[in-house]
Ligand binder design. Sequence first.
Ligand code: SF4
Ligand code: SF4
Length: 205
Amino acid sequence: MLNFLKQVGDYAKESAQAAKYIGQGLSVTFDHMRRRPVTVQYPYERLIPSERFRGRIHFEFDKCISCEVCVRVCPINLPVVDWEFNRETKKKNLKHYSIDFGVCIFCGNCVEYCPTNCLSMTEEYDMSTYDRHELNYDNVALGRLPYKVTQDPMVTPLRELGYLPKGVTDPHDLPEGSRRAGKLPQEILDEMEADDAEAKEDAKA
Ligand code: SF4
Ligand code: SF4
């Protein structure tokens, strides 16, 4: 008899637990039913990438001094710097420069460490091709001015989800000038500088 009662108790406990888990799962489902859709009709609509987005690398041939720092800091030694030594000027002359975006992991190390700032990350992310070898960009392709979502007349730019005001998840029909949710990097820097100045004044007093 006692064994039977224990079995009934266990069964009731397990049923209550199962009901709790089903309720938890459905609460997520019902929560999504209250949210508005966030579908982007790509490629007619495109999200504006965030400020520090690491897209296709832009290269300025005239600024490059063929130092090969970008190759050394790259985790896979990817950039190909083809140069020849000019005995008269005792300087390296750059002949070709290329980066294969089929292999690049867009870590940004080369951009960070280039001493002449001839490399920069753009907001270009649409680089799909049918042939992976076309992703090996030479200095001409790398020097092409970057594509900007906001300057393409064929595309409706939508504010990236991180830019949307708090509580808004639909980037369509957003009123002009509505405030974004997070702070801009410059606003954060300004606040940090103000805090530093305050701390220094407090230390003097
Ligand atoms: S972004 Fe990173 S992986 Fe790509 S070339 Fe530069 S250092 Fe190499
Ligand atoms: S680090 Fe900059 S300057 Fe040096 S080879 Fe690379 S791209 Fe050119």
